[in-house]
Ligand binder design. Structure first.
Ligand SMILES: Nc1ncnc2c1ncn2[C@@H]1O[C@H](COP(=O)(O)OP(=O)(O)OP(=O)(O)O)[C@@H](O)[C@H]1O
Length: 275
């Protein structure tokens, strides 16, 4: 992934303004940063569903959001991205078809196995537990066999056992040569990444590794290292939220019926992406 001069305007104000970044393939990259620092906005830009994007955003050698990338990029949004009135398998068949796999039985079975949902195949998603539901979303992002997986806080709300198991899945997917960009607020997850991107107020605070993070800050653990870097990156006068024209609500953005990887995302918005 190569990003040059990325600028994103949301709600009438620049959320990201002039971001440059390179992400190596075949690695697990953690995207960390305080709430509101622009992680989701960056991910949406990479997937090609974000409006009002300027700059260069290249993913797997193509322009972000271009049709050829549709099968190659899997996106798990923060909110559940699957249909609650369909079963696990019905959902995954649907997402497999979207990814261009007409008879997706094998891919669906593999995705169910990867996220450890065996036994729940015929259960309606609306009746699953929260953790199970979020694993269906992950399976939906996985089912097309993407080379790049963009996962927005995939472990939020999961218990420690499930988090550990999911991170084992992420490592396995990276070992197969896939690239994973994973956002998280949990700093012990940062230590499981190959690289770490730290953001604050829409800007890059650090592009580093877990070891470098500890070495450069001298902090005893990743959480304190992260806080040290975030505190050191003093924000340029932070605009007040929700006041005046700059904080006003802009045109609403489509996140789909359930914020999904599905067809309702505004993938067309890439025409605003400078190539
Ligand atoms: N549609 C919108 N209109 C106005 N402002 C928006 C819109 N979407 C996002 N923002 C603002 O953009 C900033 C970055 O949001 P973003 O969701 O990218 O942050 P984040 O780092 O992913 O946060 P979190 O960790 O809480 O999910 C926030 O200040 C948010 O309020």
């Amino acid at each position: 992934m190569v990003i040059r001069g990325l600028r994103v305007v949301r709600g009438g104000r620049p959320i990201i303004d002039g971001l440059d970044l390179r992400v190596p393939a075949g690695s697990v990259v953690g995207l960390m940063g305080p709430s509101g620092s622009g992680k989701t906005t960056l991910m949406r830009s990479l997937v090609g569903v974000q409006d009002k994007v300027t700059g260069t955003v290249e993913v797997l050698g193509g322009a972000a959001g271009s049709p050829v990338l549709r099968r190659r990029v899997g996106y798990m949004t923060q909110d559940a991205s699957v249909y609650t009135d369909l079963t696990v398998v019905q959902n995954l068949r649907y997402f497999a078809a979207l990814a261009g796999i007409p008879d997706g039985a094998e891919a669906v079975a593999a995705a169910v196995g990867t996220v450890d949902l065996g036994g729940h195949e015929k259960q309606r998603v609306g009746t699953l537990s929260g953790g199970e539901r979020s694993r269906v979303s992950l399976a939906a992002a996985l089912v097309g066999g993407p080379d790049l997986l963009v996962l927005d806080e995939p472990t939020v709300g999961l218990d420690p056992v499930l988090r550990r198991d999911l991170w084992a899945v992420f490592r396995r997917l990276a070992a197969e040569g896939r690239t994973l960009l994973v956002s998280s607020h949990v700093m012990d997850e940062a230590t499981q990444c190959d690289r770490l991107i730290l953001m604050r107020d829409g800007a890059l605070v650090a592009d580093t590794t877990p070891d470098e993070l500890l070495a450069t800050t001298g902090a005893p653990d990743a959480e304190r290292a992260f806080l040290a870097l975030i505190d050191a990156a003093r924000p340029a006068a932070r605009p007040a939220q929700g006041t005046g024209p700059s904080g006003s609500t802009g045109p609403s953005e489509s996140t789909g019926p359930s914020g999904s990887t599905g067809p309702s995302e505004s993938t067309e918005s890439t025409e605003e992406t400078a190539r």
